[in-house]
Design a protein around this ligand. Structure first.
Ligand code: AMP
Ligand code: GLY
Length: 451
């Protein structure tokens, strides 16, 4: 595997090469990224290009981050271990990738020991950590979202189903790794969903409560904004592909591919989303005493009545972060720091005009059981193609070989003039990768291309 064609401004163990650059800077930093997915490799890659980045660490990271950062053997949910490492190693800035450490208070604990970080407090992370909290906030502050009921007892939940029409959506309140949402076509399916979540405890304590929601018709899209407590800076829109197989068939996954921007979110729609959803949420969170800082990821349904909020995530999406990082021209570290320091009103972001698209390569069987340890070849050849950036997720390197070590394994990301061209380029790069034990969808981007 080789990353030779990538910018390596922040290469470690190569200080002399970087000395001139560092001497010109007022201040350079030690940055730590928390997480081990394609999202975190993309963040490492983008941050490593910043002249402000002196040393880069990733906990726990993967074989991709290992090429541009020092991987630290601490899991992303080990809050006390991460805080101790950051303190002992004089880390200046921590960028938190996944939601679990955020909900568990990693940002609060870092702040308590005076370490700057990118990511919301545990109180603000409730926007993702509790769907009930998010729905109540929307109701209280008039943020457009589906009609709902919130229940901590199965009989009351079932009685609510009787009074509303199917299709209807049943959701576990807490974090369920993206699996806690059950779309029910009729009453019986909805009752079964309530039993699955509340009685069988399929998602553990995440099912202490259920949210039952009106089913919304429309086109799904995601919207990302940086928020510093007061100011929101729109990033870009994206569209994910959650189903495992072509034609949006098969079980739901963490995401099999994505592109940015989403054509359904034009400039007028962006303004509407900022005015009706993002900015009112920021005001509401401040008024509730839990000002929001970090990236706010709105999962939206674009309905005939306008955009409606389906969910908030308090982190970058994965794989959406991969095309977002490739699309951004500005210094990502500067932007994330401005977010942490409350200076977003002074920042203007620049983007490549192109479309950017990622196709996820996953281990055969994912999202069900899959094997680890198969060898992947040809990644360097794929990465050498102009406009292609291969990010690692579940990978490890052993004795010079690259091995699969997870469900989602690589994110093959391509930037080109249109979604169709980016799609073609990504699949050309995938052809250069030799991994018989892997699979990918062959239709990532179809919605944008069909328009
Ligand atoms: P969530 O984790 O809340 O985004 O839900 C996962 C998926 O379920 C979404 O990406 C949608 O496809 C679907 N979904 C969730 N809520 C609704 C809703 N109220 N109406 C229609 N589809 C929904
Ligand atoms: N790709 C969906 C997510 O990150 O939640």
């Amino acid at each position: 595997m080789s990353f030779q064609s990538w910018p390596t401004v922040c290469m470690l163990g190569n200080r002399d090469v970087n000395k001139d650059k560092r001497d010109k800077e007022d201040f350079t930093m030690k940055v730590m990224i928390v997480g081990s997915g394609g999202r975190e490799h993309a963040l490492c890659w983008a941050i490593s290009k910043s002249p402000k980045c002196d040393e880069l660490f990733c906990a726990p990271g993967n074989a991709g981050t290992d090429s541009i950062a020092i991987n630290i053997d601490i899991q992303a949910d080990d809050v006390s271990g991460l805080v101790a490492y950051a303190k002992d190693n004089a880390i200046d800035f921590v960028v938190i990738g996944p939601e679990v450490p955020l909900v568990e208070g990693l940002a609060d604990e870092l702040t308590a020991v005076d370490i700057k970080c990118f990511g919301p407090s545990a109180a603000a992370a409730q926007l993702e950590g509790s769907k009930g909290f998010m729905k109540d906030l929307c109701a209280k502050y008039d943020i457009p979202s589906a009609e709902y009921g919130r229940f901590d007892e199965p009989d009351a939940a079932k009685e609510f189903i009787l009074r509303h029409h199917a299709p209807i959506v049943v959701k576990a309140d807490g974090l369920a790794a993206g699996k806690g949402v059950i779309i029910s076509r009729n009453e019986n399916e909805a009752y079964a969903a309530i039993d699955h979540i509340m009685t069988e405890r399929a998602f553990g304590a995440a099912g202490d409560e259920v949210i039952i929601e009106e089913f919304m018709e429309g086109e799904e899209a995601s919207f990302f904004a940086l928020v510093d407590g007061e100011t929101a800076l729109p990033l870009r829109s994206a569209q994910d592909h959650k189903a495992a197989h072509d034609g949006d068939e098969g079980p739901n996954t963490g995401g099999m591919g994505a592109y940015t921007p989403a054509p359904v979110i034009d400039d007028a729609m962006t303004t509407q989303i900022m005015d009706e959803i993002i900015n009112p949420t920021i005001k509401a969170m401040a008024a509730e005493g839990a000002p929001y800082k970090g990236v706010l990821y709105a999962g939206l349904m674009i309905t005939e009545e306008g955009p409606k909020l389906m969910e908030f995530n308090v982190r970058f999406g994965d794989p959406e972060c991969q095309p977002l990082m490739v699309a951004m021209k500005s210094d990502v570290l500067e932007a994330l720091l401005a977010c942490a320091e409350g200076r977003l009103d002074k920042i203007k972001l620049e983007w490549h005009d192109d479309a950017t698209l990622v196709v996820v390569l996953a281990a055969a069987g994912y999202p069900g059981p899959y094997k680890k340890g198969s060898e992947i070849k040809g990644v360097a050849n794929a990465n050498d193609i102009d406009g292609v950036f291969v990010f690692h997720a579940g990978t490890e390197s052993q004795n010079g070989s690259l091995l699969a070590n997870g469900g989602r394994v690589l994110g093959v990301t391509a930037r080109a003039k249109t979604v169709a061209k980016a799609q073609k380029l990504a699949y050309k790069a995938i052809d250069a990768i030799d991994w018989p034990e892997g699979f990918c969808r062959s239709d990532i981007g179809w919605r944008a291309i069909d328009r």
